[in-house]
Design a protein around this ligand. Sequence first.
Ligand code: HEC
Length: 412
Amino acid sequence: MNRQEEHSIYGVMARFDTPTDVVRAARDANAAGYRQVNAYSPFPIEELSEAIGFHRDHVSKTVLLGGLLGAAGGFALQYFTSVIDYPINVGGRPLLSLPSFVPIIFESGILLAAFGAVLGMILMNGLPRPYHPVFNVPSFKRASRDAFFICIKATDPKFDPARTRDFLAGLGAKEVTDVEANLRSLTLLLLLAGVAVSGSACRQDMHDNPRYEAYEVGSHREIPEGTVARGALDTNPSAPKLEQGASTPAATPSPAGATAPTVTPAAAVPTGEDGFPFKVTKAILDRGQNRYNISCLPCHGALGDGNGMIALRGIRRPPSYHDERLRKAPTSYFYDVITNGFGAMSNYADQLTPEDRWKVIAYVRVLQLSQRVDGAALSEVDRRHLDGAEQGSKAETASGEGNQSVGGQGNQ
Ligand code: HEC
């Protein structure tokens, strides 16, 4: 027998017609010293596996091995996390606390034991095996219908093609066939695997598709016409534009000398710490009054005396603008209060643009002036207005109301 022949056949197969025959043949083969014997039958035959000397399998060992590995792994994981990598002292309990490790050790042990059982079963069955050489025998189809087979494998130490064939024929086999080794289908399988692997290597993913790089020409969308960036919209289009750089020196408004509420524009531009960043005009004061009435009046009152409706309803009463302290306070102080808030008063930076803050302050100055104007400094026309207002106010006082109208506290 040459090696070529030995390797090109899987074994020798014999067919029998009855279970009794096949069991007897199996016993004889076993007795004759053949150990690599397999038997095939359409239904289970208890004695058959005994007859061919079927050994106990080793699955229980892989289960044990898996279980031990799992338990050890579970312990190692917990030991690493709670003792080495991230030790946390919980109520002084020891870091290595076996009782608390038990559930996970148990669970991971069970898990890997189950894996061991499944994997061990699959591997010991020689799976996965898409095709088995015994199917090369044409009559083997009947193994699931009405025929009984015994196959002595070429790997058996006692195997010799010619002698084994004769031996099987001598046992009363109806048919004795060589079983071709399964090289053909093996090659096919390898080929298929090769195709599958190489096919999976050429794929195109989204991360390397043809695309624009950042800042590449054409990579960004043009901003549609008329788009305004957040916060860049001029929400106060009615506000008069500032006359940039038009600030001219003028007297600081003081009780002793300036203008009446109907301000003469040029005279109302203070400088220094008490200055405004623009020339105060009638339009600016109108705007200031408009904003003051919206944002400040509810608390500080129409006169700035702190008697706004909100304060009257019980919210903390603001100090009067006519206090000595606030009359002396520079405009920058008011700007600071509006921008950053003061004590119980929240800031108004969101409601008022910087430009409008200055305009409100200009109007606050007017309010302060309105209560302490020096009558002698007034023009003839203004004085007559003031007198008229005073008389009106007195008439109202007589009728029992309006005792706080503008000019009611003017001097003399
Ligand atoms: C919701 C009510 C409320 C509104 C509206 C309000 N304030 Fe006040 N303001 C107060 C209160 C209350 C105080 C006193 C705060 C404190 O002493 O804790 C105060 C204090 C002030 C002070 C005095 C700070 C000091 O030194 O005592 C100034 C100035 C002032 N506010 C300006 C303004 C201006 C200008 C506006 C409009 C933009 C305005 N406030 C809007 C309630 C308000």
